[in-house]
Design a binder for this molecule. Structure first.
Ligand code: SAM
Length: 328
């Protein structure tokens, strides 16, 4: 059988629900190339096979997106500062040229992936859990985005050279299990790189990001942030509600308190718990450091320590973490 057809056919196991099959990333690369008809050595009929497989694996939306993509040749990259810092940070640890990369928590526009392609990666897959189940985009013959939970990805062991996480670790629940799964997905000697913040134990770690009617609340804009620094750590729910009630009506107070303590979009893990989790992971720790530092007034620092103990660094608002998988 034709090698490409064999590769595509091996995608079929996960088209059948609940069979536990794993995808070989090289097959995904082959399927992507087939669908895009960009590789002249691939027969057009294989493109149809690939479309059929992608339809079954990722849903009808995948096919529509792929078809819309055909004909688009170039994309401009608009990276946010923190994304650029992260990509430069990653590139300072590993030469990403020719590498296969998994980006966990892929931005809506795929800008990080496009920037990775410009730096010469072989193939990059971006996955994201908050997107629709049938979210699937082929951005180029080297770039794919798909819905996915890093805890249950259908890829074989040792699939990727690099795992990239930008502004994602503060949102991932079950960080211990995530580290084990990332270790499984990485090739021996592979690198796991993460840049993220704010950390829950930092001044704006509540990460408030919500709206009520036409009122918008944002942690990263002082004009839209209804909380003072560290309010989420210095007050209980009841105390915070009492404090907010001096400025807001009851409905808004309830909305804000829920956003701070209940929304599932952040994991509420303290700085020292993140450090413990990384050190206890199956990886070798190459870097575990602050990348964003804020000064904490000594009176606040003392109140934080009284409530939460001495182990966390409350001045740590962002982190850079680099881990490596062993070679066997
Ligand atoms: C703040 S966004 C960052 C997005 C992007 N990396 C950027 O640079 O803007 C965090 C992303 O992490 C994703 N995420 C959280 N938990 C995840 C998980 N278990 N698996 C995959 N993605 C996850 C969310 O869906 C969200 O899109």
């Amino acid at each position: 059988m034709d090698r490409d057809l064999a590769a595509l056919t091996s995608l079929l196991p996960i088209a059948t629900p609940n069979n536990g099959g794993k995808i070989d990333v090289d097959d995904l690369v082959a399927a992507t190339a087939c669908v895009l008809h960009t590789d002249s050595s691939i027969r057009p009929s294989l493109g149809l096979v690939a479309l059929d497989i992608l339809r079954r694996v990722f849903g009808e939306n995948a096919v529509n997106t792929v078809q819309r993509f055909l004909g688009i040749q170039t994309r401009s990259v608009q990276l946010a500062d923190y994304q650029e810092i992260s990509i430069n940070g990653l590139a300072s640890f590993v030469d990403i040229r020719g590498k296969t990369i998994l980006e966990v928590g892929s931005d809506e526009g795929g800008n990080v992936l496009v920037a990775l392609e410009a730096r010469g990666v072989r193939f990059a897959l971006g996955i994201d859990i908050w997107k629709r189940k049938d979210w699937f985009r082929v951005l180029s013959k080297k770039l794919v985005q798909a819905h996915g939970d890093v805890l249950s990805l259908p890829y074989r062991d040792d699939s990727f050279d690099v795992l990239l996480n930008i502004a994602t670790f503060e949102h991932i629940h079950n960080l211990d299990m995530t580290m084990r799964e990332m270790h499984r997905l990485l090739k021996p000697k592979g690198i796991m790189y993460a840049q993220f913040g704010p950390i829950w134990s930092s001044a704006v770690g509540h990460h408030i990001w919500c709206h009520l009617d036409d009122q918008i609340f944002r942690f990263d804009d002082p004009a839209l942030n209804p909380l003072d620094d560290f309010d989420h750590l210095l007050y209980t729910r009841k105390e915070l509600a009492e404090k907010l009630a001096k400025s807001w009506d009851a409905r808004t107070v309830e909305h804000l308190v829920r956003a701070v303590f209940d929304h599932s979009h952040i994991n509420r893990i303290f700085h020292h718990e993140i450090c413990d989790c990384m050190r206890q992971s199956p990886f070798e720790v190459l870097r575990l450091e602050k990348s964003w530092d804020i000064s904490v007034p000594s009176e606040i620092e003392q109140r934080l320590r009284d409530r939460h103990g001495d182990r966390s660094d409350f001045s740590c608002a962002g982190m850079q973490i680099v881990l490596q998988k062993g070679d066997s």
